[in-house]
Design a protein around this ligand. Sequence first.
Ligand SMILES: Nc1nc2c(ncn2[C@@H]2O[C@H](COP(=O)(O)OP(=O)(O)OP(=O)(O)O)[C@@H](O)[C@H]2O)c(=O)[nH]1
Ligand SMILES: [Mg+2]
Length: 334
Amino acid sequence: MKKDKCCTGCGVKLQNDDENLLGYVDDLSKKLCERCFKLINYGVYQGVNSEVIDYQKIFKEIKKTNSLIVYVIDILNIPSDIDKIIKSLGNKWILVLNKRDLLPLSVKDDKIKKYFNDMNLGYLDIEVISTNKNINMDNLINKIYKYSNKKDVYVIGYTNAGKSSLINKMIKNYGDNDCCLTISNIPSTTLDSIKIKINDQLSIIDTPGLIDSGNIINYVNSKMYKKLNSKKEIKPKTFRIKRGESLIIDDIIRINYLSYNDNSFTFYIPNDFNVKRVSKKNDILININKKIINIDSDCDLVIKGLGFIKIVKKCRIEVFIDNKIDIFVRNNLI
Ligand SMILES: Nc1nc2c(ncn2[C@@H]2O[C@H](COP(=O)(O)OP(=O)(O)OP(=O)(O)O)[C@@H](O)[C@H]2O)c(=O)[nH]1
Ligand SMILES: [Mg+2]
């Protein structure tokens, strides 16, 4: 049986029947689908409905192979239920925290690793990397060689974690071919699994990212994609706060401070987001969905897809935010 030809950038099956459908090429000898071509050459992105992605098929295949999994997480966007997808697969895995370049260099990798080691998630190993800045990539590849019992290794994770960027960097650093996967700021860039031969020892399979329904990226306009996917190290912004004061992030989120004690809030969010203090009398954003949250000392308030706020003392806050965006509390990451 003849194998379908797929786009080398996103994995979608190529077709020349309907230009309104995914995978269209005017000439089937081309390697890239029109969507990837326009994205790479003109920065034009055609949004896709994630329903076109057959996760079940891909996950079934991963489970069957029993291959090593590299599970990539964006360090600014750590899911509250980290091991949920991994548990459902049962394969051996390495946890990779990507986008290390976004956190200040003063934060030690060992501290980040300890945070995850203390959770006893059951991974074989952990690495903190930056694919963009080429940080700890040699450590990661050595761990992959050490634990992979077969040549094939799967890369999985949520959308935008940097899976395709990681594989492109591996090709560049350790590969003997010139493949290039499509990457972008926007969710669901990769549409199907793509096998890439890195070298004679190793082949890596890229997979489409899982959709994170509570992530702010799903509910903002395209201008905001770039702002959310900042490439610059975060400059934390610290605010002393007391009862009756409010903090506002870019007219998207309002936090009213309800406790009697003074406190300190440090924002680890992309630098282009503005944080300002307003008084109780200012009624901006008070008509959107409200949540009251009790926070213990030394915890982070995570705003999914945006970043987190490090909070020093136990307190009670009122958060006004679109109810589709998830927020949750965890122990301090850093
Ligand atoms: N700051 C920073 N950004 C990164 C890093 N790695 C990837 N990115 C950015 O993250 C965004 C998503 O990258 P992709 O490689 O397309 O992510 P993906 O996980 O393959 O996404 P899907 O294919 O949608 O699942 C892009 O804007 C990348 O430039 C990194 O190490 N640091
Ligand atoms: Mg991808």
